[in-house]
Design a protein around this ligand. Structure first.
Ligand SMILES: [Zn+2]
Length: 278
């Protein structure tokens, strides 16, 4: 799987090169909803000042340049209503609406806002933190403790046996939907060990020959998904009935269509269907 990188259009930075009054792209979030202007090419508000929109942000950050234009992220109060002709839309539902690289940049933007919001105070001594000028980081003026935006790596695996794909029904999320085996990488383990452990824990089987498939930033709330393909090695499917309600092997024609193509899970399923259909 290869994806266009957002970094072909986007150059990250933490402070603008020059203070100017030229228009910039704004990622404006009301909780997890992004302000969309359907009239603009990129669907993002484009203005030289939020004052022009009569918006007073709770917090804002410079993001760098996009197609040579400055861009910013801001968070607004929950009671803020969208400007005329614009709308606040749930970021998760915007995958098919925004250019893919704008969607990815919006994912970066909301993670920076959430990190800022959740690191107002030092985790070690409780002193209010200060923004560090050289990077996306916060420094405690009392004890010097630094905090950075955190990422939680997770693995997701397409496991194949005799031309069938293993899918499981989880007790969280949509209960009637089968999806791939997935879970967070734990401290101290490699991603390969996480694939083996999650598969053993969730469905009681062992896998072999796993291969890296690709990765995806998943900003809900701050994951990095690492996709793998693997072959069944040994064991019988066994589920706990609590976290995993059921698991079974699906032939390509038995797999229900995914609700959206947003996730790397859907791409792994597409890979399987393409490779194992007659
Ligand atoms: Zn401190």
């Amino acid at each position: 799987m290869s994806k266009e990188s957002i970094y072909k259009r986007y150059i990250p930075a933490v402070t603008p090169k020059c203070a100017s009054n030229i228009p910039a792209y704004w990622f404006i979030f009301n909780d997890a909803k992004l302000l969309i202007n359907p009239k603009n090419d990129l669907k993002l508000p484009f203005t030289n000042s939020l004052k022009e929109f009569s918006i007073i942000p709770i917090r804002e950050h410079y993001l760098g340049t996009l197609d040579g234009h400055d861009c910013y992220v801001a968070e607004v109060k929950p009671e803020t209503s969208a400007l005329e002709g614009m709308a606040f839309e749930d970021l998760k539902l915007l995958y098919d609406v925004l250019d893919e690289d704008i969607f990815l940049l919006a994912g970066r933007a909301i993670q920076i806002i959430n990190w800022d919001k959740n690191h107002q105070f030092c985790g070690k001594c409780g002193t209010p933190t200060e923004k560090w000028e050289y990077d996306n980081a916060k420094k405690c003026p009392n004890c010097g403790h630094m905090s950075f935006p955190c990422l939680s790596p997770a693995v997701i695996t397409a496991i194949v046996k005799d031309g069938k794909l293993l899918m499981a029904k989880h007790s969280y999320g949509l209960k009637d939907r089968y999806s791939l085996i997935a879970g967070f990488v734990e401290p101290g383990e490699t991603v390969e060990e996480a694939v083996e452990r999650e598969t053993q824990e969730e469905v009681g089987i062992n896998v072999k020959n796993f291969k890296y498939f690709g990765s995806q930033s998943w900003p809900f709330p701050h994951s990095l998904m690492l996709g793998f393909t693997a072959e069944y090695e040994s064991g019988e499917i066994k589920v706990d009935g609590e976290e995993i309600l059921d698991a079974k092997w699906f032939a390509p024609e038995e797999i229900p269509p995914p609700p959206s193509k947003i996730s790397i899970g859907s791409e792994l399923i597409e890979w399987f269907i393409e490779k194992f259909s007659d």
